[in-house]
Design a protein around this ligand. Structure first.
Ligand code: ADP
Ligand code: MG
Length: 212
């Protein structure tokens, strides 16, 4: 499976979720490759930091921020159970290429009605990619949700009326995500039983069930 985390908006959690999904599958014994398709290279930085901290390598991270991503990803997918693509912000050519490479497109969004989650441009790009690849599975994933807020529920209802639909698994606003990333860690490295770790496990399982 090739899963791409895409949203033209920066700061919505593409890198955080890409790293954690890759880490979750890797610790469950899958062979995982993460493609850093963001020219800023934050996933590559994380992986470098992880090595510097002397932590065990969970998965390989490859920098591939170019428009030929869709031509190169299948080759990389051959040697892996899962390929996770950490998408770029606001680079149309790269975004199109990542969309064409993926079986599953996840659009992280913050559950605020003012956040512009239903980014017209993102939806347009997905619709465009579906002309060539109608089998693409696209889903919103709500990230940084405040615990049981009405606003999160309202937004989910609004999102459900849209295509693509919203995944049931949500990720909460939890400082451990930011703390972990800074030291080349994932939330499981800090506490396997934490709510953050459990949310990631549930998210990975729901994504797995989409392609079964
Ligand atoms: N669920 C979350 N809870 C708390 N902080 C988060 C969460 N998801 C992301 N962040 C933080 O928000 C910032 C932006 O996230 P990032 O994954 O880099 O977004 P993007 O890749 O879409 O630009 C980072 O500092 C990250 O640690
Ligand atoms: Mg990023």
């Amino acid at each position: 499976m090739i899963v791409a985390l895409l949203n033209q908006k920066g700061g919505v959690g593409k890198t955080t979720l890409a790293l954690h999904l890759a880490g979750e599958w890797a610790r469950k014994g899958k062979r995982v490759t993460l493609i850093d398709a963001d020219p800023q290279g934050s996933a590559l930085d994380w992986s470098e930091q992880r090595a510097r901290e002397g932590l065990p390598r969970l998965f390989g991270v490859i920098g591939l921020a170019r428009d030929t991503l869709h031509l190169e990803a299948p080759e990389l997918a051959r040697d892996a159970d899962h390929v996770v693509i950490d998408g770029p912000p606001r680079v149309a050519g790269l975004m199109r290429s990542a969309l064409l490479a993926a079986n599953v497109v996840l659009v992280p969004a913050q559950p605020s009605p003012f956040d512009g989650w239903a980014s017209g441009e993102m939806l347009k790009l997905i619709a465009e990619a579906r002309i060539f690849r109608p089998q693409i599975i696209a889903r919103f994933v709500l990230n940084r949700c405040a615990a049981r807020t009405i606003i999160a529920r309202e937004t989910a209802e609004a999102l459900a009326e849209h295509d693509p639909p919203v995944l049931a698994a949500r990720i909460g606003q939890r400082v451990v995500f930011a703390d972990a990333a800074q030291s080349g860690r994932l939330v499981f490295d800090i506490d396997e039983t934490s709510p953050a770790a459990r949310e990631i496990t549930a998210l990975a399982e729901e994504i797995g069930s989409l392609v079964r």
